[in-house]
Design a protein around this ligand. Sequence first.
Ligand SMILES: Nc1nc2c(ncn2[C@@H]2O[C@H](COP(=O)(O)OP(=O)(O)OP(=O)(O)O)[C@@H](O)[C@H]2O)c(=O)[nH]1
Ligand SMILES: [Mg+2]
Length: 312
Amino acid sequence: MINFNDLISGIKSQKKLEIAKAITLIENGTKEGIDFLSKIYPFTGNAHRIGITGPPGAGKSSLTDCLIELYTSQGKSVAIIGIDPSSPFTNGAFLGDRVRMMKHYDKPNVFIRSMATRGSLGGLAKKSKEVADIFDASGFDLIIFETVGVGQIELDVMNASDSTIVILVPESGDDIQMMKSGLMEIADLFIINKSDREGTNRLFTSLSQVLTLQNRPSDWIPSIIKTSATKNIGIKELQNQINKHYIYMKKNGLLLKKQNYRYSHLTQQLISEKHKTEFWDNKKNKVLESQLSQSVSTRKSPYQLSEELYRK
Ligand SMILES: Nc1nc2c(ncn2[C@@H]2O[C@H](COP(=O)(O)OP(=O)(O)OP(=O)(O)O)[C@@H](O)[C@H]2O)c(=O)[nH]1
Ligand SMILES: [Mg+2]
């Protein structure tokens, strides 16, 4: 039996061992983990949650590395959640990043955690948010989610963030794919990384054009920041824009709106999950199976069957 009060005071002092214990607790998905999430809920809502996404190899980890350096030099604490939907092994995920960010591991105000699929992809997004709640309750100033690509999981993770950053790089075919995806509409900031390379200005121009054509959900106009993570260029400007967006959201009530949206969304999601588990008892599963054993021409339609099952 875990003593919640000890664990909570441990994470609030940002003790790494206690934070790791709390993460393991919620990763196991037990009732105790859920009770723990409930206990820490009142202490959340204070960290700035940032989602960073972009094509493979765009420099997401290198930029995160630069941000860690900058924020910690200002006495701030940073937690990173690396999300790898392609890897089923937590320990194998983000190996390169672990090596790259190794120099930060020992810093008291930095916590790096990688997460990979252990079941459904939807489950991964949910678990990542729960881990973020632990970091939030631990008092981290900044929480960074790093994800690759433009799939559903990225959209889920970006919805869990206060600020969404999309990284593009010059001369990469992936940019067109990114521009077509829903991520472009929800991006709050754009980074053109590897701006030390040719093609930066061309990408800047085409991205600016795409942005002027878009209908955006708020009057925030995303800026495009040119960076070079390897040369440490543009990082301070990036931080300024990150802060500017946070202040903008607070002033306009958008931050609260996002937090409330997440609250409603999670509540609804939990209700649906509960409903689904309780609904599908043995009897109903048998009815479904008996229909499956019949041919399409003799089966009940899914519409009819669902109505009947619902009334059972
Ligand atoms: N020239 C140049 N190379 C860079 C820059 N930023 C990162 N790189 C290099 O690009 C490669 C990929 O960088 P990462 O930071 O691992 O990219 P990532 O987006 O995290 O990659 P994945 O997590 O594998 O998708 C590394 O070899 C970096 O050194 C940059 O600004 N300029
Ligand atoms: Mg990476």
